[in-house]
Structures are given as structure tokens and as C-alpha cells.
Design a protein around this ligand. Structure first.
Ligand SMILES: [Zn+2]
Length: 87
């Protein structure tokens, strides 16, 4: 699951925090869209990612990737898109 992978990315980035110069540094996450073979990269800062994942039904997508029919757009930024996806 891309969501778990991304949580781990953030955890690892935090663990090696001294390698991350500032909160404005972009971290590389994977797109969490519903395409099964989507492993494309989406870049967010740690703060943006935490905000995006603040609720359990929120997912981070590349802005160019399609929303599933049951997904609702929550936030559209230049680099990423946040959607709400019901269980
Ligand atoms: Zn995607």
C-alpha cells in the first residue's frame, strides 16, 4: 500500500533528520492513486505530507492522475493533490 510506504518514507527522513536541511526540503513519496501499477513520485515537504495525511481517509496523488469515482478533491497544490477516499 502506497500510504504505508509513504508513512515509512517520512519516518526514515525524520530518523536521519540531520540529512534534511530544513522543513522546506522536498521528500519523495509515491503517488497514492488507485491505479494498481502506479509508482510515480510525488514531492512534498514533511509538513505538507503530515497535513495531507492528517485524516485517515486522505491520500496524496500526482495532480495529473485521475480521481477514482468515490474520491473527493480536498486540496490541489502545484506539486500534489489531496483527496478524500472512503473505506
Ligand atoms: Zn498515480
Amino acid at each position: 500500500m502506497a500510504r504505508e510506504v509513504n508513512e515509512r518514507v517520512l519516518e526514515v527522513a525524520r530518523t536521519f533528520g540531520e540529512l534534511v536541511p530544513s522543513e522546506s526540503s522536498l521528500l519523495t513519496f509515491v503517488c497514492e492513486c488507485t491505479r494498481t501499477q502506479c509508482y510515480e513520485r510525488v514531492e512534498l515537504t514533511a509538513a505538507e505530507f503530515e497535513e495531507a495525511h492528517a485524516a485517515d481517509d486522505r491520500y496524496v496523488l500526482l495532480p495529473s492522475h485521475d480521481l477514482a469515482p468515490d474520491e473527493t478533491e480536498v486540496l490541489r497544490a502545484e506539486r500534489y493533490l489531496v483527496v478524500s477516499r472512503p473505506d
